[in-house]
Write a protein that binds this ligand. Structure first.
Ligand SMILES: Nc1nc2c(ncn2[C@@H]2O[C@H](COP(=O)(O)OP(=O)(O)OP(=O)(O)O)[C@@H](O)[C@H]2O)c(=O)[nH]1
Ligand SMILES: [Mg+2]
Length: 184
């Protein structure tokens, strides 16, 4: 069984890192270095180590129990590339919205997008070392999430943690499908 999962969220939330950590194949990346022109509009404050940004997508693959294959599609985070989301989202079974507590509102766009499409999603809070820590209950209030939307705390640099996030979206999508409440 092949399952397409989308990885979305704000600029610099860790989408490319998550695909890279979880993928069993060398991930396909479409990153470019920040251009001098882009420096003016790309807010990299608090991202000292960030040198590039995704312009089209990330792609990776991971197999579970030898017969469940997840295809991972990372989206570009910056607003000027959001026009690509519709194409990437086609056929997706579920989505991960990565959140960074230093810029929590950056993931509103992704949440709106999946709510409107009726795509099951989980919110994965990528716990950056120097970011404020909030429990799931506070995150739920801050993002105004429905009670049914799972929230997981993660560190996408750790494989175990990245895989846990993938499992949570697959389980959630399956539950939604079984209960017939997923729009598609
Ligand atoms: N400290 C810390 N750094 C992280 C973590 N995850 C990612 N990073 C770093 O943060 C930066 C952002 O990661 P990316 O994976 O490029 O983020 P992205 O969401 O793909 O970014 P865009 O494609 O530009 O939207 C990179 O420099 C990573 O090395 C984390 O959990 N903790
Ligand atoms: Mg990226």
């Amino acid at each position: 069984m092949a399952i397409k999962i989308l990885i979305a969220g704000g600029f610099g939330a860790g989408k490319t890192t998550l695909v890279g950590t979880a993928s069993e194949i060398r991930p396909l990346r479409t990153e470019t270095s920040f251009s001098e022109a882009g420096r003016a509009v790309d807010d990299t404050s608090g991202m000292a180590s960030k040198e590039s940004t995704t312009v089209a997508m990330d792609f990776g693959r991971i197999t579970f129990q030898s017969n469940i294959v997840l295809y991972l599609f990372g989206t570009p985070g910056q607003k000027r590339f959001w026009f690509m989301w519709d194409g990437l989202a086609r056929g997706a079974v579920g989505a991960i919205v990565l959140a960074d507590t230093r810029r929590l509102t950056d993931c509103f766009g992704a949440i709106d997008f999946f709510e409107q499409r009726g795509t099951p999603f989980v919110v994965a809070v990528n716990c950056f070392d120097d970011a404020p820590r909030y429990g799931p209950a506070r995150i739920r209030v801050a993002l105004d999430l429905d009670p049914g939307v799972p929230i997981v705390l993660c560190d996408v640099r750790q494989r175990e943690s990245a895989i846990q996030v993938l499992i949570s979206i697959v389980e959630h999508a399956m539950r939604m499908k079984a209960s017939g409440s997923a729009a598609r």
